[in-house]
Design a protein around this ligand. Structure first.
Ligand SMILES: [Zn+2]
Length: 320
């Protein structure tokens, strides 16, 4: 009744994605790699090393909506007949993947323009994200999971917990018996999981979601849990989650302090703040760094250190 980590190659900067084979009844795979022949071949080989074939899979569990985790779900489920388990909020999104990604890109473009990113950069970035879309694929969730529900196996049970922030659908699976947690990208040892600003699941977004604050709330919940290990979506497993989360808290506080100084010099928009922090970044990184800046600005707004002003449809931040 073992847990096997299958590190599957991806074409993305993050490198390999960890899928997990749970040798239990039902035979389960947590996450699937991106939708590519290379990843599928690697996954088949990794399963083979443990004497297992794709068509033997009985359950596929999805941790969140990002393409390096969902791309192969549909192919694997079709070939094996495995049930597909994901958070109930994520199920309609996965079924409607292409339109949802398109809507998310429109949503991101609006946020970029509102925060001072030049039109040509926004256009270039949209072309890049559109070209990435084929690494993901729609998937039919056959078992929608509610927050707090138990997912039963023959010899283990997982508590389903919604921990949004890195993405709106981040779901962790906690084995109350062993203290093990499958964390997806909620907590990664070697990199801080960027809280990307994404279109909220379901419904219309009138306001920009405060992704970092949502993420920090989720981390606080995880920090207070008794965990033996976190199996992460990338990199090594996390043995001491509380210490790692405390490091993340400190890092975010430092970054907010740095931004506060820049804003105190003179009012700036988020794009100018990102440039002051990191210089001219590659187009592909523009949205990442913007999400990062806005996340920390939200902390400063929340604590009353800065306020937001608007000029010509662009948001500027100034010290209080
Ligand atoms: Zn992710």
């Amino acid at each position: 009744m073992s847990i096997r980590c299958l590190a599957i190659p991806t074409p993305f900067v993050v490198g390999r994605v960890n899928c997990y084979l749970i040798e239990d009844d039902p035979l389960t795979l947590v996450d699937a790699g991106p939708n590519s022949a290379t990843s599928l071949t690697a996954l088949e080989a990794a399963l083979g090393e443990h004497g297992c074939k794709v068509d033997e899979l009985e359950r596929i569990v999805v941790t969140h909506q990002h393409i390096d985790h969902i791309g192969l779900v549909d192919i694997l489920a079709t070939r094996s007949g495995a049930e597909v388990c994901a958070l109930d909020l994520l199920a309609p999104w996965l079924a409607d993947y292409k339109a949802q990604m398109e809507a998310n890109d429109r949503f991101s473009a609006e946020i970029m323009l509102r925060n001072g990113i030049p039109q040509d950069v926004v256009h270039a970035l949209r072309a890049v994200t559109a070209s990435f879309r084929a690494w993901g694929a729609p998937a039919q969730v056959t078992r929608a999971l509610a927050e707090g529900e138990l997912l039963e196996f023959d010899s283990r049970r997982w508590r389903v917990l919604h921990r949004p922030g890195h993405s709106p659908s981040d779901t962790v699976f906690f084995d109350e018996g062993s203290g093990e947690m499958f964390g997806g990208d909620h907590l990664i040892k070697h990199i801080s999981s960027n809280p990307l600003i994404s279109k909220p699941l379901g419904g219309q977004a009138s306001e920009r979601p405060r992704a970092l604050m949502i993420y920090l709330d989720s981390l606080r919940k995880t920090r207070d849990m008794e965990l033996s290990v976190v199996y992460a979506g990338h990199g090594e497993q996390v043995e001491d989650h509380s210490a790692l989360i405390d490091e993340r808290f400190k890092m975010h506080k430092r970054r907010a302090g740095k931004l506060h100084k820049l804003i105190a010099e003179r009012p700036r928009n988020a794009y100018e703040l990102a440039q002051a922090m990191w210089g001219n970044v590659a187009v592909t990184q523009a949205y990442l760094t913007l999400s990062e800046v806005l996340g920390h600005v939200d902390l400063l707004l929340d604590e009353g250190h800065v306020r937001q002003e608007e000029h010509d449809g662009v948001a500027y931040f100034e010290a209080c």
